[in-house]
Design a protein. Structure first.
Length: 318
């Protein structure tokens, strides 16, 4: 049996905080230790992540919150430290990891209507590395960082895949020099060869950090294509998630534990309930376990998700 593979999930703060939120209702059913990534979208209220952290702490203190920091939208070191202090207060001092990105003016991961650029003053940091080098994260209790990997480059920044990989390696070198634990969390990609070649290239470059590969759960072809356009990745031609995952699993089966991936990072564009069921189906598939290793911690069973749906429907009727 191969070593287990971890999983994490990205949940929008607006989705968590809106009335009658299924995502919020599911939180108590998620197993302890799952990383919940909270994106920093420019259209969100300034305190959206702070309020989401309070919700996570109240509903399931065993979850691991990983808020995003958009370097290009941060006005100053002082504002960053104030923001981090507010997050620690909201989470009962439990923010120990953050995902640091350059960020842009459009919330690309928002599945709603087409986002528009949010007006904002220029930030103090041109790159995420500049923000990391301030040391503000460590001063505010953040001990580890997640860093974005882009298998297809970063179109909004005019960076090819090779150039984006070079920028990532610079940030990983900073983390290594400063003894900061770092993991790579990749942008989603709809083509297996692109995703696996990217991980192979990182390993060939000597990158030993854990890699969590971004995957999209069940969703319609139209939604996938819309999200691909927004995020600057190649558009898919199929609405199916399972064949992609099986090809990833087959590639992983031929790798040693340190040369493959160590996690799956899930983008639930088609809905939290269907995404968790999809993960559960893989966790229960013996063939998947042989190829890929068990998912750890185990995703919640379908019963728990159905209970959350039933509670939500009962509330709406009342």
């Amino acid at each position: 049996m191969r070593p287990p593979v971890s999983w994490s999930i990205e949940l929008s703060t607006t989705g968590l905080l809106k009335a009658n939120s299924l995502a919020a209702r599911v939180l108590p059913r998620l197993p302890a230790g799952v990383r919940i990534y909270l994106p920093a979208l420019p259209q969100d209220p300034p305190d959206a992540i702070e309020n989401a952290l309070t919700l996570l702490r109240r509903e399931n203190p065993g979850l691991v919150p990983v808020p995003h920091i958009a370097a290009s939208r941060e006005p100053s070191v002082a504002s960053l430290e104030a923001r981090l202090a507010a997050w620690q207060r909201a989470s009962a001092d439990s923010v120990r990891e953050a995902l640091v990105v350059r960020g842009d003016s459009v919330g690309a991961h928002d599945t709603g209507s087409a986002p528009t650029a949010a007006p904002s003053a220029p930030g103090a940091f041109a790159t995420s590395l500049e923000l990391l080098e301030t040391g503000a994260l460590a001063r505010c209790g953040v001990e580890a960082v997640s860093l974005c990997g882009h298998p297809e480059g970063i179109s909004t920044a005019g960076l090819s895949a090779d150039a984006a990989r070079g920028a990532l390696k610079s940030k990983l070198a900073w983390a290594d020099a400063n003894s900061v634990p770092a993991r790579v969390v990749t942008q989603f990609c709809f083509y297996t060869g692109q995703a696996t070649s990217y991980v192979d290239a990182l390993r060939a470059d000597g990158v030993g950090a854990d890699v969590s590969l971004g995957v999209v759960g069940p969703s319609s072809l139209a939604l996938r294509q819309r999200m691909a356009e927004r995020c600057g990745v190649a558009a898919p031609t199929s609405p199916y998630s399972t064949p992609y995952m099986r090809r990833i699993a087959g590639w992983q089966a031929g790798k040693s534990a340190e040369k493959g991936i160590q996690g799956l990072h899930v983008y639930p564009f088609g809905g939290v309930a269907s995404t968790l069921k999809w993960l559960r189906d893989f966790a229960d598939d013996p063939e998947f376990g042989v190829w890929f290793g068990a998912l750890e911690p185990p995703p919640p069973d379908e019963k728990g998700v159905k209970e959350a749906l039933a509670e939500l429907k009962a509330e709406r009727i009342q």
